[in-house]
Structures are given as C-alpha cells and as structure tokens.
Design a protein around this ligand. Structure first.
Ligand SMILES: [Zn+2]
Ligand SMILES: [Zn+2]
Length: 307
C-alpha cells in the first residue's frame, strides 16, 4: 500500500486534506504520519513531505502561494536582492497565518493575479516573472527576464509576451533585451555600459578562447563573475583564460559582484580608461596596417604577404 509520504510525493510534495482524502487516505492515517514524523502538517488541512522546497513550505504555512522574486530565486533565476518572502494572497483567503511564525518578513501581493495559479502554493512561472517585473527596479527586472530564459524557467517567446505587458518604466531596458546573457550580473553591467553610451556585445565569440561575457566597443573583453562561481576549478579556468587573452594581445578585465554593487563609479572609471586605451591602440595599429584579427597576416594587404 502507498505510504502517506509517497502519496504526497506523487502530487508535488504538498497537498490539501481534500486532495489526500480523494486519494483514499483517512484523517487517522494523516495524523499517524504526522506523529511519526513521516510528513509535516503545515497548517490546518495542508500537508507536505520532506521534499517540499522551504520557500513553498513557508508560503503554504501562511496560507498563500509563493510568487514573484521568491519563486524566481527558488528556481535559480536572478531575483535581485530583496530577500523577503513574496506571496500571492488568494482572493478568497481567510485565516492568513502570522509571518512572525516564519522568522522572515513577508511581502504580500493582494492584486488579482494576471495568470491563473499552477497550484494553490505556487503561482507558476508566468505570474511569478510578471509580478517580479513590477516589484524589481529596471536593471534587476531586465536581468530576471533574461535569466528566466537562460535557466529554462520560461521560453524566449513567453518572456517576449510578458515584455508586452511590462510597466512603461521598463521600455528602454526591454528594447535592449538579450537572451544570450549568461548571468544577472552580466545583464546589469551590460545595461549600465549601454546607458553610458558604449556598444556592448553579450557572450561574444572570440576565436581561440571561446565566449567572453561582454565585449565593449569590439576591443575590450569583460568577464563578470557570477555569484555561483567559486572554488579552485574556477580559479584555474580564469587564470588560464587571462593568460590566453594576454597572449592574443587583447585587453580584458574581470570584475566581481562587489565592483558592481559597492564601487560601480570606480569600476566604470577603470573601464572608461581601459576602453579609451584599447581604442587608441587599435587606431595606432590600423594606421600601421596591423589589425587586431585572428591572424594578423590576414589583415595585411596582399602585397605585403610572403608568397
Ligand atoms: Zn516528496
Ligand atoms: Zn513581489
């Protein structure tokens, strides 16, 4: 016979008493499973197994559905820095639990949802991103939209559809949407550089070294360390790339989260300087008919080449 816990797993790790009794389980069986620790009773009439994501469990405890930045973050999508639990309150909600029981602050969304909920405890990907586009500032909203595609949370077509429903303040950022972006930090830096007037390409392919996060004015590579990159392996890979970039005679910079969040004016000033130097150097080389291409010989007019 199916255990209570296995029955919960089958329906997505959380269920109402109604769902479980429709599956043939009795109140007595549920109480026994709660007592032995096999399942958790999140609130009256709501049960979960041990696999339920903690964010969904918190929302269910409140009697609401996880949405917005909390749903994005739980799915590994860029969600900015707001760590409050964002929940959608159902129009017919009654007896919302006190957030004090969770030990975290809660942002309630009382507005009528734009898209139907996927389950009573999760509003679903479309509603979550639509809500986040309204909750986040411009650069984080655009980063969330690009990250949603990168992480496979939504398709490019779905995000493009949401872009048509975006608040007006996002129009400029939406014009610059680029689903090639590899991380939220990368999107934010690209947007800031574009606002500063630079021509910036995402995930540009550089012969002999693969993809660079951003290439500014076609001459300076910029690697933006995502928050997920840590550890020995990454350190070694980064150093290998650095030496290779230098070998190609290209200018390259590597920045990390603190350079974006805490010291951006200083970071931008450094980028300005490196790009100006690289452009000057490029012009000088062009003047001498030695271009920065894969094989410098390719840039030379035919008459200069050895036959
Ligand atoms: Zn489960
Ligand atoms: Zn929100």
């Amino acid at each position: 016979m199916l255990t209570v816990s296995a029955a919960l797993c089958r329906v997505g790790h959380v269920a109402s008493f109604g769902q479980l009794s429709a599956a043939g389980l009795t109140g007595r069986q549920l109480r026994a499973a709660v007592q032995t620790g096999g399942i958790n009773r999140l609130r009256r009439g709501t049960y979960a197994c041990a696999h339920l994501h903690p964010v969904l469990a918190d929302a269910a405890r409140l009697g609401a559905a996880v949405t917005c930045v909390s749903a994005l973050r739980a799915a590994g999508v860029w969600a900015g820095n707001d760590r409050r639990l964002h929940v959608q309150v159902r129009p017919n909600a009654s007896h919302l639990a006190s957030p004090h029981e969770l030990g975290s602050t809660v942002r309630y969304h009382w507005e009528r949802p734009r898209f139907p909920a996927v389950t009573p405890w999760w509003t679903g990907p479309l509603q979550s991103l639509w809500q986040a586009m309204h909750c986040l500032d411009e650069e984080n909203a655009i980063a969330a939209m690009e990250s949603a595609v990168h992480e496979g949370f939504l398709t490019a077509a779905e995000v493009t559809r949401l872009a048509g429903l975006a608040p007006r303040r996002l129009i400029d950022g939406i014009r610059r949407l680029d689903f090639a972006s590899g991380s939220g930090n990368e999107t934010i830096v690209r947007l800031r550089l574009q606002h500063a007037g630079y021509r910036v390409e995402s995930q540009a392919f550089v012969p002999g070294m693969g993809h660079e996060d951003l290439v500014i004015e076609g001459c300076v590579g910029l690697d933006v360390d995502g928050r997920q990159w840590h550890g020995e392996d990454r350190f070694a890979i980064d150093r290998d790339r650095d030496i290779h970039v230098e070998g190609l005679g290209r200018r390259a910079l590597r920045i990390r989260t603190a350079h974006i969040e805490d010291t951006w004016p200083h970071t931008l000033a450094a980028i300005d300087r490196v790009v100006a130097d690289a452009l000057r150097e490029q012009n000088r080389r062009v003047g001498r008919v030695v271009l920065t291409v894969d094989d410098p010989l390719d840039a030379l007019p035919q008459r200069y080449r050895r036959q």
